[in-house]
Each structure stands twice: as C-alpha cells, then as structure tokens.
Design a protein around this ligand. Sequence first.
Ligand code: NAP
Length: 314
Amino acid sequence: MPAKLILGTEIREQILEEITKEVAEIKGKHGVVPGLVTILVGANPASISYVTLKIQTAHRVGFKEMMPGKPINESNPDLKSLPVDISEADLLATIDNYNKDDSVNGILVQLPLPKHIDEKKVLNAIDPDKDVDGFHPVNVGRLMIGGSEVKFAPCTPAGIQEMIVRAGVETSGAEVVVVGRSNIVGKPIANMMLQKGPGANSTVTIVHTRTKDMASHCKRADILIVAAGVPDLVKPEWIKPGACVIDVGVNRVGEKVSEKTGKKIAILKGDVNFDAAKEIAGYITPVPGGVGPMTITMLMKNTLKSLKFKLGIA
Ligand code: NAP
C-alpha cells in the first residue's frame, strides 16, 4: 500500500488557524498582539520573496509586523529594507533598539548579510528571549538541556517534529536516523528527538559524509529524516517497510513554465527518490509541499510563544 502523505501545506493551515485563534484570545484578555521585526539589509531577490511570505503570514495571524528602513517598492509599502552599505555598528544599534522595545517579541535578521558585516556578531546581538529563529547560542544550549529550559526550537526542526507528531507516528522508542549534521537542521532535530518527553524519547543516529555504510543505518530507521541537499541520495532499498520518511532536502534540478502563471519556476526535488520510496514507506513528505511550508509556520508559533512567556501564560 502506498505511504500516507504528510503534507506541510495542510498542517500549516491547521497551525496558522490555531495561532490566529490564540492571538485573538490574548488580544481580548491582555490587549496585546505578538510583535515581529524582520530586518532585511539590501534587496537580495531570494530574501525578498522569503521575507514577503513572512510578512503575509504574520499579517494573516494578526501579528504586528515591523521592518526598519525604506520601502523597496511602492506596491508593497510594508516591505522595507536597510541600505546595503549600512555599517555593522548601525545594524547592531538597530537590533539593540528592538531588544529594548517592549512591543517586540521576535527579531529576525534575514540572511545573507552583506560581506562587510559579521553575521555571527549580528545574530548573537539579538536578545535570546526574542530570538524566534532559535539560532542564538543560548537557545542552542537551552535546546540541548531540553524540557522546561527550551524557549525556541529552530523553525525547520520544530516543523519536522510537529509533522511527525500530527501524523500520529510513534516516536517513543523509535529508531530515528538523521542524514546530515548541519546546525540548522541535522543536529537540532537529532537533539530534539532524543529528549525525554512527548514527541521524542527516540533512539537517534546521525549519519554524514564520513559515515561508513550509510545504507545499513537508514535501513534500521523507523523514522528517517533526510537533510543532506543531495537529490535522490536515499535509495528505496534503504527504507524500512512502513517507516516514516521526512525529506527536508530542497534541490533545484531544472526549470519549467508554471501552468498557473506562465512564468519560469524551478523544478524541485528532495533527497529521497519519492516515487519509489512511497511504495515502501508508511508515511512520507513530498517535495515541494512537505517540510518547506512548516518553517515560516513555526516562526509564527515561536513569536506567539515569546509573547506568552512574557505574559507568564506559556
Ligand atoms: P548543509 O548545511 O549543507 O548540511 C548538509 C549535511 O548533509 C552535512 O552534514 C553533510 O555532511 C551531509 N551530507 C551531504 N551530502 C551527503 C552524502 N552524500 N552522504 C551523507 N551525508 C551527506 O545543509 P542544510 O542547511 O542542513 O540543508 C539540507 C537540505 O535541506 C538542503 O537541501 C536545504 O535546501 C534543505 N532545507 C530545507 C528547509 C525547508 O524546507 N524549510 C530548511 C533548511 C534546509 P558533512 O557534515 O559530513 O559535510
């Protein structure tokens, strides 16, 4: 029987509805809504499309969305950016102002930054209690400790865990194999799945380019999470029958003309051979439409959480 599809597009809608409802309740009771600041420097086209989606989503759920700088185009006055030649000191001062601003619950700096700015210094300047991306070393440490220490899990791993849980896949005692050890996906999701608690309690293995016999590890996995960035890396014969396969990879393998818009769009492929894998796995995420939509969704969830921490209702 073909695998059950875990669709990020559907789960996103459920979660955004839940957030919208909660935001309205908090507004009614406490008279405040979550405030999210997005800092964009310059006008990188990929950053603009990502940030535009963030703003639209923040508006949809009822957040106050803020961007410093000047509008990039007249048709969308909400979309602003700071000058590409802004000094590092001025950018740090901008972050410091938002750190002190009580109406701001989340601060997000869109990467990449121009070369003359030290990205690490900038990200580390964000107040860890407003670091809704979850990349500040303090939040990485909190995630490692687990339990009530955790404030913000990074958004893509948080989305992966949410998808597994909402699909009803048992994680306790499950063999989880994570392909990839990056700081934004592989390491944090591995750490989250091994914590003592709901949606976790798994036995976790991480594999990477120096792993001997990667296939033998993948074949053991009840839950296989693949974040390598290599199209079709995971072969169908590596998948345990009935396993839950989460394909994080987003690989551009060509271009096609969109039937909807008539414009050229990228052809995307995951790290797993989807057509073959879906005949073996019990659950599987497609690419696109799987993990992708979850990242911004979890960013909204983290921002709401930040306000709830502040109000003492988290
Ligand atoms: P990354 O920083 O490049 O890390 C890739 C990891 O995969 C590394 O640890 C690397 O091992 C491992 N790897 C690469 N090739 C491998 C191979 N042939 N065999 C075994 N391991 C291999 O990538 P990332 O940022 O984690 O992203 C991974 C993929 O997820 C990308 O396609 C990215 O676009 C996608 N992604 C999607 C979302 C989303 O949908 N929202 C978010 C983030 C990332 P070494 O450490 O040994 O080099």
